[in-house]
Design a protein. Structure first.
Length: 72
């Protein structure tokens, strides 16, 4: 699980794995951190942008943080 404290400390290019989504060969999908973790002072929450391949982008947020883990 990735927490807010861990997400803020991750550098661009760090590899993270999704726990449930897998590739065709059964290995976990690899994403890389694509930018800086965004936090807000006026509300709870954070967003960490991630990228897979050329066209697949997304965010790790407080809502889906349990589905992610750092690469070993």
């Amino acid at each position: 699980m990735i927490t807010k404290k861990v997400a803020v400390g991750l550098a661009r290019g760090t590899v993270v794995h999704h726990k449930t989504l897998t590739n065709a060969d059964g290995t976990p999908r690899r994403y890389r951190v694509n930018g800086k973790c965004k936090t807000w002072q006026t509300r709870e929450g954070w967003q960490l942008p991630v990228k897979r391949g050329l066209y697949e982008f997304g965010y790790i947020t407080a809502d889906n943080a349990g589905e992610w883990r750092l690469a070993a």
